[in-house]
Design a protein. Structure first.
Length: 75
């Protein structure tokens, strides 16, 4: 069984109760995420449009000293 995590977003809103504003938060599941087999990246799938699948992979990158670029040079 593959372990995965829910990807959620929070939306804050205000309602009136007995004439007073009360802040509330709604949590919505927008996808799921999992750690790669090597443990070096995290991928997440977003549920944006039914029938469409968006998968994004985030890989750990070391920060370069000031003045050096993180971008790969083009040929």
């Amino acid at each position: 069984m593959n372990k995965f995590f829910d990807v959620v977003v929070a939306k804050e809103y205000t309602i009136k109760i007995a004439g007073k504003d009360e802040k509330r938060t709604a949590w919505n599941k927008v996808g799921r995420a999992w750690i790669s087999g090597s443990g070096e990246s995290v991928s997440f799938e977003l549920f944006l449009i039914p029938g469409q699948r968006y998968v994004v992979q985030l890989k750990n990158r070391e920060e370069k000293p000031k003045g050096e670029s993180n971008e790969t040079p083009s040929l």
